[in-house]
Write a protein that binds this ligand. Structure first.
Ligand code: PLP
Length: 391
């Protein structure tokens, strides 16, 4: 048993032993390069193409519509930069609450003098179809909005927005990194043109993911080299990673009903525990209505009391010392304790957003762990506040 309570599954998950087992031969004796013509190469090619079929099948796509990548960040970059490059630029619509893997390419697009609309989400973190409709222009090339927000869990009405985009003849990309295996992800039903996913958020290996690109959607490659991935992503295939990704995705989908209903129960338990222990002290950044958010992410923040701000970094470090591993926001930005761009975009004031905690639970999290985590959080908050008021 680990000597900590891990509540940071939106940052990454441990590898599932069943995934590790199927990967091992490809890190060992089956080391062939999928481009080699001899037996080891042919075996690797066969496995990669079999995985492509399984991934495609799992999300309602065709095998030729799947591009294996090094993870969610590369998939997002390939979607945004690749689609815009293929269209020789144009107007991009996205939101201020997106992951950095979308925001940074969007900003680079704007720096090149191309038009960019950054939609401001509502106080729940939602970007609505109405907001997109108002922002669409004749020169709009691409709309990119995440399926679930990685910091607060808020869901986007992708189906409705995808339909709107299709009608306008605009490509629609969604980052589904946080919803794979928790919500149904079927590219046909969703109507999306591009969709990003990552293995390490669903008990697969780090450094593996994919981008779905609907047939007929033009995409320029970001990485040029060999003819891999139909010349849309050069480089020797990460066979073990692809095998791990495929197995993780298969398990996530097979077990999605159980994982989702477990997460829903844990969410109810966590909210009740927070309400009981910290009533009036914390605010939910995540929407309380369960239909508005992915069930495994709960984000809370602490507004200042009598002018005294809670120190977010101290909060996280104290939690770590007491064995509770959580995040302040997205893992990528928690090194620098800047208030989260997502909370800011939702209109939460900096002094409150600065003291935010994201709990994200996984398939093996227990109610007892959540109870303990809240008890420890409440003790730490009281201690820090007492010190802040005294000083
Ligand atoms: N998109 C979202 C919504 C994420 O949560 C993450 C991970 O933090 C990424 C993209 C990046 O994925 P990866 O870590 O596989 O590059």
């Amino acid at each position: 048993m680990p000597d900590f309570i891990y509540l940071d599954h939106a940052a990454t998950t441990p590898i599932d032993p069943r995934v590790r087992e199927v990967m091992t031969p490809y890190l060992d004796s089956q080391f062939g390069n999928a481009s080699s013509v001899h037996r080891l190469g042919r075996r690797a090619r066969f496995v990669v193409e079999e995985c492509r079929e399984r991934v495609a099948d799992a999300i309602g796509a065709e095998p030729g519509e799947i591009i294996f990548t090094s993870g969610g960040t590369e998939a997002d970059n390939l979607a945004i930069k690749g689609a815009l490059m293929a269209a020789s630029g144009g107007h991009l619509i996205t939101s201020a609450a997106e992951h950095e893997a979308v925001l940074r390419p969007a900003e680079a697009h704007a720096r090149r003098g191309e038009p960019l609309t950054l939609l401001e989400p509502d106080p729940f973190g939602r970007v609505t179809a109405g907001m997109v409709e108002n922002a669409l222009e004749p020169q709009t090339t691409l709309v990119s909005l995440m399926h679930a927000n990685n910091e607060v869990g808020t869901l986007t009405a992708v189906r409705e927005i995808a339909a709107l985009c299709r009608e306008a003849g605009v490509a629609f990309h969604t980052d589904a990194v946080q919803t794979m295996g928790l919500l149904r992800v079927d590219v046909g039903e969703m109507g999306v043109d591009l969709l990003s996913a990552s293995a390490h958020k669903i008990y697969g290996p780090k450094g593996a993911g994919f981008l779905f690109v609907r047939g007929g959607v033009e995409l320029a490659p970001l990485i040029e080299g060999g003819a891999q991935e139909r010349r849309r992503r050069g480089g020797t295939e990460n066979v073990a990673g692809i095998v791990g990704l495929t197995e993780a995705l298969t398990l996530a989908i097979r077990e999605s009903d159980a994982r989702r209903s477990k997460a829903e129960g844990l969410r109810r338990h966590l909210l009740a525990a927070l309400d009981a222990a910290l009533d009036g002290i914390f605010r939910l950044s995540t929407p309380r209505d369960p239909s508005l958010a992915v069930p495994n992410i709960v984000n809370v923040h602490f507004p200042p009391v009598d002018g005294a701000t809670l120190d977010g970094e101290m909060l996280l470090l104290n939690l770590d010392m007491e064995g509770v591993l959580v995040s302040a926001g997205s893992a990528c930005t928690s090194g620098a304790m800047e208030p989260s761009h997502v909370l800011r975009a939702m209109g939460i004031e900096d002094r409150a957003a600065q003291a935010a905690v994201r709990f994200s639970f996984g398939k093996d999290t227990t109610e007892q762990e959540l109870t303990l985590a809240v008890e420890r959080l409440a003790g730490i908050v009281r201690r820090i506040r007492k010190r802040a008021v005294a000083s």
